[in-house]
Design a protein around this ligand. Structure first.
Ligand code: BG6
Length: 476
């Protein structure tokens, strides 16, 4: 019977959001359109044609939302800045009104002693840059992204000490260029790997800029990591699992941490003419940028079997990612994803696996020797608003409780964990699932048919997490 190591005293108990999913005010105070403003208006792209024009109207209600965070005792709040509020055209004239909005938000968080954790990019690239040169598909974006980030670092670097660069690069390139579910909505692996490499260069560039401009701050990317398990001890499945782990995780995290791509996957992609174009100096740049932590978005794990050459071949990557359902999918000759007989799934068919979070944390520590900031973890579920404005989300409490316990196990194992941000603070727009897939501690009274009154209602989990924060963990 072992006692667990307590959470550190300065552990960042937090919660998270992203601009497009909460702000609304899509054309207010000089904001330019992002790719999501445009993409969600194309019929058939989202659930019941939902978009973020109003979202949960956080832009106009941020004071109320921050008060709710304060009342809950949050130590940290992760949010993202909308690039096209700051540079409506992606580049060119800076929009002072956009900068002011985030000034006010940051100041009110600080007033309540809530540490702001700022994501500079949560998928909403300015549409102007998509139109001009295909956004992440052109190296042009590196300097524009750097200018945007330098503006933020200079403006907020005195008050914001934790920064996240790219949110889930693996997901935005995978869904954007392989599965055609996110903008730009294409299926083209060559373009995906090219855009991904350019995103890596942009990520490295702004990490270096940050260290120059905010030397006392910390910065890192947020990776959507779904650890893989071999189906069983058959060596064929072991190799397949290693393939999946490398293709879906090392392909990104090795670049962030070491500045190089994993060789096994490089060889595989090379055989299929899918490796990105490398220019002189690329690897020097990638290796020069050292993240201060690995941001981890954890939702689920994936279970892997051998896949013969004539096997399931529909998709290559991200099929084992959190966005994949549990149906069989994979890459011929590399691996396939199968159901895990030990795990239950959510309403959206994602595995529920708290132990997988411990696995994720240990693997990151072992391979990269970096502290981890858990930037997302949570349960998307249908919630019921009961009489008297009550939401009894015991299932969410159970989910979070088990994941927090797994984090404490990992801390006891020796992993340095800086903080834990649940996804999400208020309910918000799920990119492809409208408003019915709820994640928040705070219910927002709206649905796909309209914004209703948008009133905020504390769920049972809101009160439960308040106590966790007060106790600095589950015990005591
Ligand atoms: C992550 C994103 O992919 O998971 C969030 O960073 C997203 O923006 C969250 O909302 C949950 O995904 P979904 O598809 O359930 O909304």
């Amino acid at each position: 019977h072992q006692t667990k190591t307590p959470f550190p005293q300065d552990f960042l108990w937090g919660s998270a959001s992203a601009a497009y999913q909460i702000e609304g005010a899509h054309d207010v105070d000089g904001k330019g359109p992002s790719v999501w403003d445009v993409y969600t208006k194309i019929p058939g792209t989202t659930f019941k044609e939902t978009n973020g024009d109003i979202a949960v109207d956080h832009y106009h209600r941020y004071e109320e939302d921050v008060k709710l965070m304060h009342e809950q005792g949050l130590k940290a709040y992760r949010f993202s800045i909308a690039w096209s509020r700051i540079y409506p055209e992606g580049t060119g004239e800076v929009n002072e009104a956009g900068l002011k909005f985030y000034d006010k938000l940051i100041d009110s968080l600080i007033e309540y002693k809530i540490e702001p954790l700022v994501t500079v990019y949560h998928w909403d690239v300015p549409q102007a840059l998509m139109d001009r040169y295909g956004a992440w598909e052109s190296r042009e974006i590196i300097k524009h992204f750097d200018t945007y980030c330098r503006t933020l670092f200079k403006r907020y670097g005195d008050r914001v000490k934790y920064w996240i660069t790219l949110n889930e690069q693996n997901i935005f390139v995978g869904l954007g260029y392989q599965k055609a579910l996110h903008p730009p909505g294409v299926k083209d692996l060559k373009r995906m790997y090219e855009a991904n490499h350019i995103a890596n260069l942009a990520n490295a560039t702004v990490i270096n800029s940050f260290h120059e401009l905010v030397p006392d701050g910390q910065i890192g990317p947020s990776f959507a990591y779904s650890p893989t398990y071999p189906y069983d001890a058959d060596p064929k499945h072991i190799i397949a699992q290693e393939n999946a782990e490398s293709l879906n995780a090392h392909w990104w995290m090795d670049v962030y941490a070491f500045g190089r791509y994993p060789q096994v996957i490089w060889n595989y992609l090379d055989k299929h003419n899918l490796t990105p174009t490398i220019e002189q100096g690329d690897f020097d740049l990638l290796a020069s940028a050292k993240p201060d932590f690995m941001g981890l978005n954890y939702y689920q794990t994936a279970t892997i079997k051998h896949n013969p050459l004539d096997g399931v071949g529909e998709a290559t990557m991200n099929t084992t990612g959190k966005k994949g359902s549990q149906q069989e999918s994979g890459t011929e000759g590399l691996f396939k994803q199968v159901q895990n007989p030990y795990l239950e799934t959510t309403d959206w068919d994602w595995t529920i696996d708290p132990e997988g979070l411990r696995v994720a944390l240990r693997r990151i520590e072992s391979r990269y020797h970096l502290p981890v900031l858990i930037t997302e973890n949570g349960l998307g579920a249908f919630d019921t608003l009961e009489e008297g404005d009550v939401i009894n989300d015991d299932y969410r409490i159970e989910f979070l409780q088990k994941h927090i316990s797994a984090i404490q196990d990992a801390i006891s194992d020796g992993v340095t964990v800086l903080g834990y941000c649940t996804w999400s603070f208020t309910d918000l727009l799920s990119w492809l699932n409208g408003y019915q897939k709820r994640y928040g501690f705070v219910y927002v009274n709206r649905d796909e048919n309209g914004p209703k009154d948008l009133r905020r209602i504390k769920k049972k989990s809101y009160y439960w997490y308040k106590e966790v924060i007060e106790r600095n963990g589950l015990e005591g």
